[in-house]
Design a protein around this ligand. Structure first.
Ligand code: NAP
Length: 256
């Protein structure tokens, strides 16, 4: 297959959840994908499964130097990007208990700061790409006013601000919002809005929607926690912790 005519992607958060499902679905089309996750192992596993298609660029995206180096690697290998999907981040359900400072820092760094570094790095690569498209997944952080204050700006505001610059440069921008929508309970919906999304279902639906390049895609659910399952570590932690009890668990998903 001549891959040079297929879009070059950078997908972040490709190691787990919806990112892993997106990686697989995109790679199945034959496209080339630069995959990022904290875990190098997850990126290397994709590289082994799809030889010649995967550029493994793992690292902590909340570190600006790491993100710059990832951009340099992509520029050296491909010279440009046509699609960027910024999915890496963390969704934490805190059951109403007061947020700990470590949790706030973790959420802001993993979602807001990482996204801002990735947008900055992706921008010139998209500018050199063909028919470029930037996609950003927001997180429940968007709805938490205390975290907006802590971050200085919400993830949504970050993408909306970037949209103004990027669109002027010829890059389409789509914001994907996992949204709580009471209309999702309606039996009269003209298209399906499942209250529970598997990662695979969400990825398939999302890629279908992205083909049209809408300004926004909503993954409508009746409850945000009914989205695709969180990672195993988060599920285990939630199962162990009684609602409202923050004493027996790590404040950060996947960490002891
Ligand atoms: N699942 C939900 O219910 C839900 C709801 C609303 C919004 N979202 C948002 O949707 C996106 C994906 O959610 P998900 O549930 O699929 O997430 P997930 O299963 O926890 O996977 C997150 C992915 O992002 C990577 N990642 C996280 N922080 C990173 C960092 N600082 N640097 C590099 N990579 C990082 C992880 O790397 P490793 O694989 O190495 O750990 C993993 O591959 C997130 O932005 C999340 O906030 C999810």
């Amino acid at each position: 297959m001549d891959r040079s005519s297929l879009p070059r992607y950078w997908l972040t958060g490709a190691g787990n959840g919806i990112g892993a499902a997106l990686a697989e679905a995109i790679l199945e089309t034959g496209a080339r994908v630069a995959v990022s996750a904290c875990s190098a192992q997850a990126c290397e596993a994709l590289s082994a499964r799809y030889p010649g298609q995967v550029l493994a660029v793992p690292g902590n995206l909340s570190d600006s130097q790491t993100v710059r180096e990832i951009g340099e690697t992509i520029a050296r290998q491909w010279g440009a990007l046509d699609r960027v999907i910024l999915n890496a981040g963390t969704a934490e359900y805190v059951h109403g208990q007061p947020l700990e400072q470590t949790m706030i820092e973790h959420i802001v760094r993993s979602n807001l700061l990482a996204a801002s570094f990735c947008i900055e790095t992706a921008r010139p690569l998209l500018g050199a790409g063909s028919d470029p498209h930037l996609v950003g997944l927001t997180s429940p952080v968007t709805y938490l006013t205390s975290l907006q204050a802590a971050g200085g700006s919400s993830l949504r505001e970050l993408f909306e601000t970037a949209r103004q610059t990027l669109v002027a440069e010829g890059t389409d921008v789509t914001l994907v919002t996992p949204g709580v929508d009471s209309a999702s309970l309606s039996v009269d919906d003209c298209f399906p809005k499942p209250a529970h999304w598997s990662a695979g279902d969400a990825a398939t639906y999302l890629l279908g929607q992205l083909a049209e390049r809408p300004a926004e895609v909503t993954l409508s659910v009746s409850s945000v926690s009914s989205l695709w399952p969180l990672s195993t570590a988060a599920n285990d932690r939630q199962a162990q912790a009684a609602p409202g009890d923050s004493t027996n668990r790590s404040p950060i998903k996947g960490q002891p």
